[in-house]
Write a protein that binds this ligand. Structure first.
Ligand code: ME8
Length: 514
């Protein structure tokens, strides 16, 4: 293993009762952005995604589809793998909770909790929602139509009475509150941290962690009448992939505790409360940060199968282009907030930020170099204040972008890059290199060189969000593959004058409604 610092980031593992939609694509995309950024910034990265295949909900969906649970899981899990490839995600592993390595990890964690006295056998009676795979207290329920009781999420609940193992969650109140306070930014955004904190302060009840009424899951060691509660099973995936239960393996020592568990706000409680408590109970360090992002709606409406407005990532990418969709999803909404998907805002972003701002700047400057500088990268003359100013702005950019990325302010990191793109457009327009062609060709060469250098650095910085398009720009600039890391940013490196150029092709077409 290298001596580089490590960075381990995870997505939720997605339920296989549903086919992938824009929400799933969004979470994994955010992780892909952060993972690619960290790799380019010199980290040894592990980026994990996968599928959550056990539990009553999946068992029921399989039966409804007329398949055995494993046939059903194989089929849907494959769709999530295809999505990962299609979206150009750079995940290093794809975990399925039906794998043997995972069963071993779950049973080991269970034994540790039991040995440490945190698990006991009792009887559970209360409300359970299969759709949420969650237990609810009477006071949390809301009324549905015809007096039906519903979970606070609107999901149906059923009364359950059965023998069950319990996890002593109530014993972890103080430890959890300490965990939120002692480490800075364990839970982000801050409003989410306050949400979990007040939930814990309201008092915790022990958690039922096994079920006897279905079979599709990991058996409790020593009592296989019981199947582990699907959330213990699911959360453990993050450690399985890091090599657990072998805590002495290089991999585990390097990557655990994880740096970020990225989740949607719907599953914050499981990640910021149950998971750290399980780990503390087993004597293992919890992840350093849990980030809960917001929720997407479609043209102002909640996305749901019954409303028939589910956005299929495969379809929108076919229509708008992959890097365009990647850019839009990460740029449009401040990361952490809820966001609305609208065709018009997608088209606006594509045409203004990509086609006009970045695309035109690159295409105009590179074609001028090709046509007017004998097809080679020109040698700059002495620099004016305007040249030095715009170069300084791009030279300083990594520091600013990194600050945003360190707190997962993804859209702000892109905004910072595009501010320089916009300043560079102002610079280019102000210098009028097309007019200098006749009056002062040497000065024209300098302006074109400076603009191309800005494009070099911007394209290095946009690789995490638009890997394929950035690569095209870097190819046009003849930047070798091993000179595309963030160590190539700043004033120490510059474009090599005299490099033979080819006729550039536009990278960001305008979207025209047909
Ligand atoms: O909860 N907007 O899986 P899941 C934004 N298996 N994000 C959305 C979204 C939307 N409209 N809809 C879904 C599970 N998501 C468990 C997780 S982890 C150990 C187990 C994203 O298939 C968001 O990340 O229901 C959310 O948290 C996740 O999909 C839920 O996926």
């Amino acid at each position: 293993m290298s001596g580089k610092p490590s960075f381990y980031i995870t997505t939720p593992i997605y339920y296989v009762n549903d086919i992938p939609h824009i929400g799933h694509a969004y979470t994994t995309l955010a992780c892909d952005y952060l993972a690619r950024f960290k790799r380019l910034d010199g980290f040894d990265v592990m980026f994990l995604t996968g599928t959550d295949e056990h539990g009553q909900k999946v068992e029921k969906s399989a039966a409804a589809a007329g398949k055995t649970p494993i046939e059903f899981c194989d089929q849907v899990s494959q769709r999530f793998r295809e999505l990962a490839e299609f979206m150009n995600y750079s995940n290093d592993d794809f975990i399925r909770t039906t794998e043997e390595r995972h069963k071993i990890a779950c049973q080991d964690l269970w034994k540790k909790l039991e040995d440490n006295g945190h698990i006991y056998l009792d009887k559970y009676s209360g409300w359970y929602s299969v759709r949420d795979e969650a237990f609810y207290g009477e006071a949390e329920l809301i009324e549905g139509e015809g007096d039906a009781k519903l979970a606070p999420t609107g999901a149906p609940v059923e009364w359950v009475e059965e023998e069950s193992y319990f996890f002593r969650l109530s014993a972890f109140e103080d430890k959890l509150l300490e965990f939120y306070e002692n480490l800075p930014a364990t839970v982000l955004p801050k409003s989410r941290k306050n949400e979990v904190k007040s939930f814990v302060e309201g008092g915790l009840r022990d958690l039922s962690v096994s079920r006897t009424s279905f079979k599709w899951g990991v058996p409790v060691p020593g009592n296989d009448k019981h199947i582990m509660y699907v959330w213990i099973d699911a959360l453990t995936n993050y450690m399985t992939a890091a090599g657990y239960p072998d805590q002495n393996s290089e991999k585990f020592k390097k990557f655990w505790p994880a740096d970020i568990h990225m989740v949607g706000k719907d599953i914050l409680r499981f990640h910021a409360l149950y998971w750290p408590a399980f780990l503390m109970g087993a004597g293992i360090d919890p992840a350093k940060r849990i980030f809960a992002h917001g929720w997407w709606t479609n043209e102002g409406q909640k996305i749901s199968k019954s409303l028939g407005n589910v956005i299929d990532p495969f379809e929108i990418v076919e229509e708008f282009g992959l890097d365009q969709v990647r850019y839009f999803l990460m740029r449009e909404v401040p990361f952490g907030n809820d966001g609305d998907f609208s065709r018009q805002s997608m088209i606006n972003r594509i045409n203004s930020d990509l086609a006009n701002d970045l695309g035109n700047l690159a295409q105009r400057s590179l074609s001028m170099i090709f046509k007017n500088c004998d097809g080679v990268m020109p040698t700059p003359g002495s620099l004016t204040d305007a040249d030095s100013e715009i170069l300084a702005a791009v030279d300083e950019l990594l520091g600013k972008v990194r600050e945003h990325v360190d707190v997962q302010a993804i859209s702000k990191s892109l905004e910072a890059i595009w501010r320089v793109v916009s300043d560079a457009n102002g610079y280019f327009a102000g210098q009028e290199p097309w007019a200098l062609k006749k009056t002062d060709p040497e000065r024209m060469a300098t302006v074109l060189y400076v603009t191309a250098e800005i494009i070099r650095q911007i394209s290095i910085l946009t690789q995490p969000i638009m890997p394929a398009s950035s690569a095209k720009l870097l190819d046009q600039l003849k930047i070798p593959d091993d000179e595309r890391g963030f160590d190539q940013l700043g004033s120490e490196r510059r474009l090599v004058s005299g490099t033979i150029m080819e006729k550039p092709e536009g990278v960001f077409p305008r979207y025209v409604e047909s």
